[in-house]
Design a protein around this ligand. Structure first.
Ligand SMILES: [Fe+2]
Length: 262
């Protein structure tokens, strides 16, 4: 793993050491201050390109195209809102998904399963333990966004999202986010409407570099990936970890996300 991850800069393999503890504390501080942390250069030079070469043939030939018109909640309606409320404005998401079962033995899956990474992430998220997911499709997904495609505005279902950027688009394909747009007890529908109308001055854009590991707290921070431009697709691995071992998706969830149950 030391040839794949920059363990000199990010000492995940030295759990409990002073430098490991320092990295955990910096990551927790960044999560508290800005809702995310980034380990730039997490992959050694050339590794992101190698991972892309492994996945690209599957992405081109067998990825699931996901195209949906949705609102920021990914729900057909919100009981307390009129159907024409501007917080329910429709947006479009298009992406291509490769599932873990399509890339056995890949570099991306080896990183996903690397125990010191799982333990480091648990420490930064304040969890006693995290576990890889058992679901053969959902445990790791690699998403591609091509010219004209975007992951549009949403809130995440899970508390934290862990991603590894493999390839950046020529232009666009950036993470745009609005920190703490809502809270657990205030849905702030007017604020949501303002963001969707492009009138929220607190929206920020982050251009990530390939090889960056990002942990993002997206439950109440609205975010999207802006529309990709140019010939190079944006490719990103999404890692799913749970506090419980053995987590599986239902057949309905698998069909909804990937168009197949197995
Ligand atoms: Fe998200």
């Amino acid at each position: 793993m030391k040839d794949i991850l920059d363990l000199d800069r990010y000492p995940l393999d030295r759990e409990g050491s002073a430098e490991w503890q320092r990295l955990v504390e910096q990551s927790i501080a960044a999560l508290e201050a800005g809702g995310m942390f980034n380990l730039e250069g997490f992959l050694r030079p050339g590794v992101a390109e190698m991972a892309v070469r492994e996945i690209k043939p599957v992405m081109d030939a067998r990825s699931h195209v996901h195209k949906r018109t949705h609102n920021i909640y990914f729900k057909p309606d919100i009981p307390e809102l009129a159907p024409d409320h501007p917080a329910l404005r429709k947006v479009e998401t298009i992406s291509h998904t490769v599932c873990a079962d399509q890339i056995p033995g890949s570099t991306v899956l080896a990183i996903y399963e690397y125990e010191p990474l799982v333990r480091f992430l648990a420490a930064t998220m304040g969890k006693a333990r995290l576990h890889v997911m058992q679901d053969p499709l959902a445990r790791t997904n690699v998403m591609a966004y091509r010219a004209g495609e975007a992951l549009n505005w949403h809130f995440d279902r899970s508390e934290f999202t862990t991603t590894l950027l493999l390839q950046q688009a020529e232009r666009g394909g950036d993470l745009e986010y609005r920190t703490d747009l809502r809270s657990d007890d205030n849905p702030n529908y007017d604020g949501v409407a303002r963001l969707l109308e492009g009138r929220d001055p607190q929206a920020r854009i982050l251009r990530m570099k390939p090889g960056t590991l990002n942990v993002f707290r997206g439950k109440n921070t609205a975010h999207r990936v802006t529309t990709v431009e140019g010939n190079r697709e944006r490719m990103i691995a999404v890692f799913s970890y749970y506090e419980k071992p053995g987590v599986m998706f239902s057949d309905e969830e698998r069909i909804g996300f990937y168009g197949r149950a197995a």
